[in-house]
Write a protein that binds this ligand. Structure first.
Ligand SMILES: NC(=O)C1=CN([C@@H]2O[C@H](COP(=O)(O)OP(=O)(O)OC[C@H]3O[C@@H](n4cnc5c(N)ncnc54)[C@H](OP(=O)(O)O)[C@@H]3O)[C@@H](O)[C@H]2O)C=CC1
Ligand SMILES: CC(=O)C(=O)O
Ligand SMILES: [Mg+2]
Length: 603
């Protein structure tokens, strides 16, 4: 039963809800049915989830006992957005904007998400890469209170209780977790890595339409090797060495089991920014055990493959006939090579045929048969040729038509490399995946300048368009944010038990088909980031369909129209004056009647 509704005095319900006139604020308009009135805790009314700032109508101000606590003006949602925008734009630094957004997120959630989802191009570079990287470096200074759950090594044995301390724990359906060891290309940032999980989950809502109540960011604070951080008086995490080996793996195992116990066995577990060997180890262990997803490996692979398919569409050269050089043997590139292999296998190529034109280069040089310690997942790519240490020499030798980097080695793609590629290929593909911006393997300007404006260039962080020879060239954003919001939306909607590799192939194909013929003609293999919400929906629909078609979903009955079903269940960004009718205010129970006094009893 919704007591809010019952408690509205009929006279008030008849009042024009957006009444903005001072006359309507006269005290005689207050409710008179005092005997049943429940005094609304002001802390709830103004809490992040229910706050409407000056958007509370007169009727609401009276009903919720907050009349007089706000200025007389009642702001419409449009006015609130205008004020939000004006504040945001008046701030001159990106980190300042980030701070402002943190405050807004923590004080008026629905307006915050409405703002982000309506200003994706402007806001993503702040709450996501590149600014979130900078924010994570000084997270202790920016810390503004509860945004997720921290679990330390001292919490072993009672992790379920710690997770359940989250105020909205009964609603949680997805967890994005990091141990902070490889935060973007910035290395070990320990407990500051929480900022990444918060940012990722905000995109679940802003792009995927998933209610924030379902999302829980988690940081496994198991120490840090970052000495500067440990010496920083503002650091928020454990000032100890990381736990490693069996102790670490047991800790992660306990966390996974605790999360499933606390929130249910269908909870989506999203691993983010774990160091590479650990990331692959856990993926292998958990992929078939629960609804598990590694964004750096699998999300990035889907976006990378979509980019390659886009290049295939532009150049009209089949992927297997391109010579592709992958730089960096970490989560991102190794996830991509594995998914590309699956794609090429599905085209009927043998392992030998499909790896023929694929080369991997890492910090020690080109991976050849004589390389030491080749990770198992790239052994197939080791070439039977003499070792080459320098990337420029590798490029000179193999003349790749596509070069992809996820190395965090800024400037790795030199002028010479780009010119060599341009000399051999009409439309060389250049992907600089590393984040944030200052880690990119080359900038958009360099890519266009050294290839006569012919490069098909994309980067992990956003680069502005470049004017070249009178043409405006727009770089693509090769970032897993084009994949994970749609993947998780599809997986969570379908109630997938596990997430098989095919889901990432579906994602890659869906994304690669978004750019129109005109986009491709202008060298764009990825959509504008402004379309990221539409892309997420498209991916979610196809992922859901795949899961239903392959009996991998537990949602019953299967919706007749998946798109409609998803849209019907998405998080409502709107808050109008009548929102209290539809908004999920907590049901308030009337205060228990006090025991009658002696005098009352005698009466
Ligand atoms: N755009 C996107 O969506 C994504 C971007 N990324 C970005 O990609 C980067 C790498 O991430 P991830 O794969 O997880 O990281 P890792 O750190 O695990 O991998 C980096 C790899 O690059 C190698 N490397 C380092 N320096 C060089 C160099 N000079 N030349 C060649 N190889 C080099 C490393 O070799 P060694 O280990 O021997 O040092 C390692 O194999 C990060 O900047 C991250 O932010 C990651 C995921 C998604
Ligand atoms: C984008 C991302 O996930 C990364 O850089 O790690
Ligand atoms: Mg990441």
């Amino acid at each position: 039963m919704n007591y809010w509704r019952i408690l509205i005095h009929p006279r008030l319900t008849r009042m024009k809800s957006e009444n903005n006139t001072p006359k309507a604020c006269r005290p005689q308009n207050r409710m008179s049915c005092t005997q049943d009135v429940v005094k609304t805790p002001t802390s709830i009314v103004f809490s992040n989830k229910y706050n409407k700032f000056m958007g509370f109508t007169l009727e609401e101000r009276q009903r919720l006992n907050i009349h007089g606590l706000l200025p007389v003006c009642v702001r419409s949602p449009q006015d609130q957005m205008y004020v939000f925008e004006s504040n945001f734009r008046s701030i001159n630094t990106n980190i300042g904007k980030y701070q402002y957004l943190r405050i807004m997120r923590q004080s008026f959630e629905r307006l915050y998400f409405k703002f982000v989802s309506e200003h994706v191009t402007e806001v993503l570079p702040i709450i996501y890469t590149p600014t979130v990287g900078m924010a994570c470096m000084v997270y202790g200074m920016l810390y503004r209170g509860m945004s997720g759950v921290y679990i330390t090594k001292y919490d072993r044995g009672h992790m379920v209780d710690v997770l359940k301390n989250w105020p909205d724990s009964k609603n949680v359906k997805a967890v994005c977790v990091t141990d902070g060891q490889r935060i973007l290309g910035l290395g070990d940032l320990g407990a500051n890595g929480m900022g990444i999980c918060v940012g990722k989950m905000e995109l679940y809502t802003a792009l995927g339409g998933i209610s924030p109540a379902k999302c829980l960011p988690v940081c496994l604070d198991i120490g840090t090797t970052n000495k500067n951080l440990r010496d920083d008086p503002m650091y928020i995490g454990l000032r100890e060495d990381r736990i490693t080996g069996k102790e670490y793996e047991d800790f992660v195992e306990e966390f996974i089991q605790s999360a499933l116990k606390a929130f249910g066995c269908q909870t989506l577990i999203h691993f983010e920014d774990f160091a590479t060997p650990n990331a692959f180890k856990f993926l292998e262990k958990y992929q078939d055990q629960c609804c598990y997803f590694n964004d750096d490996i699998q999300g990035t692979a889907a976006v990378g493959l979509a980019g390659l398919l886009g290049i295939q569409r532009i150049t009209k050269i089949e992927l297997q006939d391109h010579v592709i050089l992958f730089c960096g043997a970490g989560s991102a590139m190794m996830g991509l090579t594995a998914l590309l292999k699956k794609e090429l296998q599905s085209r009927g190529l043998s392992d030998e045929e499909l790896t023929k034109n694929l080369y991997v280069y890492d910090a020690k040089g080109l991976i050849t048969k004589s390389s030491q310690e080749i990770p198992g997942n790239i052994a197939d790519f080791a070439k039977d040729m003499p070792p080459i240490k320098s990337l420029e020499e590798v490029v000179e030798k193999i003349k790749p038509s596509i070069i992809m980097g996820a190395t965090s080695a800024a400037g790795l793609f030199t002028e010479k490399i780009l010119r060599t590629m341009a000399a051999s290929h009409e439309r060389p593909g250049v992907f600089a995946f590393s984040n944030p911006t200052n880690k990119a393997e080359c900038t958009a300007e360099q890519a266009y300048k050294f290839t006569d404006g012919r490069a098909i260039y994309s980067a992990g962080s956003p680069f502005p368009p470049v004017e070249f020879n009178g043409k405006r060239l727009t770089p693509g954003q090769a970032n897993n944010c084009f994949a994970f919001p749609g993947i998780v939306l599809g997986v969570m909607t379908a109630l997938a038990v596990t997430v098989p590799d095919e889901v990432y192939l579906v994602t890659a194909h869906t994304l690669s088909n978004v750019p129109s013929k005109e986009d491709l003609a202008s060298g764009k293999i990825y959509p504008n980031i402004a379309c990221a919400k539409d892309v997420a929906l498209e991916i979610a629909v196809n992922v859901c369909q795949y899961l239903f078609d392959n009996d991998l979903a537990q949602l019953t009955p299967v919706p007749d129209d998946i798109r409609e079903y998803i849209l019907k269940n998405e998080y409502q960004l709107d808050f109008s004056s009548s929102t209290t009718e539809t908004w999920d205010y907590p049901e308030m129970k009337p205060n228990p009647k006090p025991n009658p006094t002696k005098e009352q009893k005698q009466k």
